[in-house]
Design a protein around this ligand. Structure first.
Ligand code: GDP
Ligand code: MN
Length: 382
């Protein structure tokens, strides 16, 4: 689960990690009022969208007077960043930056431990720093039984700061961020940049946190921070109906039973040169009501131009699945091409049944089904 920067900053503040003065605003007038109330000379307006690289995408603007605050907030609140509408902006005190650092805790699967990652090349894309200049990144595995006592925190802090006036505050930030990371079952707690101001103060100018979904049941305070995007709302409601559904950006909607087969179907679509619109595992049964629900989820996505149904009949027999599909599509109003591949128990009978309707293109193999789906997407006859 992701949270917004403003929410992460609230958690930071609770744990004593210094953040600059800020206010969450929903309108340009609200931003202007907050700017005046806070008595700021300069302010930074930041779009609150759950996506990285906001700065580069125009989601971070420095305003030096009231007119700019209003204008930038207005522009931001009427646009989308990487497809996500901006409904909130954070107005924060602009700090005078002397240098930018990177600081994060995450889980390292190789060492099977929490890892502290630091760099003095903060502010920019850390993946790029890791790729081009890996020597600029320092990593420390954290022993869960030792944690980060004072002596270790200071040792880490002294990697980038040679004076105790700075290493002291840095070591406290490291300890606080670790405490927050552990206590909230986070999978990432990241400050990029952690700024050293010209007045020699350390301030977390950006804040990013991700949480382990499987731990949310015991993190009710964190769970209430969840603000699902339109897509996540659909994914959640699909889950409640017993499907596992993940939205993607392609045009071929997939309805498959079994996660392994769903993955293989997606791979095949890629192999034939198209992109799946989703991952949808409808699970064991394929009764008509379930097929209708699944189709509704698929067709809700306007990008879907073709539907590929790939079903393995094991305990559920293919003829039953076919009956279900026939019944479901009788009730559905769509002229999107539907390609079906059934295999397994009673597959012959299943195909015969489907062929009684002109609604389906009935394929026999996965190759055939996928190539047909891609062809019909490209408006070629199949
Ligand atoms: P991101 O692009 O989503 O990571 O957004 P950030 O909050 O990290 O901001 C991007 C960049 O904007 C930072 O790396 C800084 O260089 C700059 N920036 C953000 N806040 C301030 C500020 O208060 N003062 C100054 N001078 N620059 C800032
Ligand atoms: Mn950032």
């Amino acid at each position: 689960m992701k949270i917004h920067e403003y929410q992460a900053k609230e958690l930071f503040a609770k744990y004593g990690i210094p953040v600059e003065k800020h206010a969450l605003c929903h309108t340009a007038d609200g931003a202007l009022a907050a700017y005046r109330r806070m008595g700021l000379p300069k302010a930074v307006i930041k779009a609150q969208v759950l996506i990285g690289g906001r700065g580069k995408a125009g989601g971070v603007k420095l305003a030096i007077n009231p007119e700019e605050v209003h204008r930038y907030a207005k522009v931001m609140l009427s646009t989308s960043i990487k497809g996500l509408p901006v409904t909130k902006v954070l107005l924060s005190e602009a700090v005078a930056i002397a240098s930018e650092y990177y600081l994060s805790f995450t889980v390292d699967r190789n060492t099977r431990s929490v890892v502290l990652i630091m760099s003095n090349s903060g502010g920019i894309d850390i993946e790029e720093v890791a790729r081009n200049t890996p020597e600029k990144i320092t990593r420390f595995s954290i022993d869960p039984f030792i944690g980060i006592p004072d002596y270790l925190a200071r040792r880490f802090a002294f990697v980038y700061f040679d004076r105790i006036e700075l290493a002291g505050p840095m070591s406290r930030i490291i300890q606080s961020l670790y405490k927050l990371f552990m206590e909230s079952d986070a999978s990432l707690a990241e400050i990029n940049p952690l700024v050293l101001t010209t007045e020699e103060q350390l301030v977390a100018v950006d804040a990013k946190m991700l949480f382990d979904d499987n731990a949310l049941y015991r993190q009710s305070n964190i769970h209430t921070l969840f603000e699902p995007t339109a897509e996540e709302k659909i994914e959640t409601s699909a889950k409640e109906k017993g499907f596992s559904y993940i939205h993607m950006d392609g045009e071929i909607g997939c309805m498959v039973n079994g996660a392994g087969l769903a993955m293989a179907t997606m791979d095949m679509i890629k192999l034939y040169g198209a992109t799946p619109a989703n991952f949808l595992d409808i699970g064991g049964s394929s009764n008509p009501a379930k097929v209708i629900e699944a189709m509704k989820i698929l067709l809700h996505d306007e990008q879907v131009k073709v539907v590929l149904i790939n079903i393995f009949g094991g305990i559920t027999r293919c003829d039953d699945v076919a009956m279900g599909l026939l019944e479901a599509f009788e009730k559905m109003d769509t002229n999107i091409p539907i390609i079906v591949r059934l295999t397994g128990t009673n597959e012959q009978r299943g195909r015969e049944l489907l062929r009684t309707s002109t609604r389906f293109h009935v394929a026999e193999t996965m190759n055939e089904a996928t190539s047909w789906a891609v062809k019909s997407l490209k408006n070629k006859s199949i």
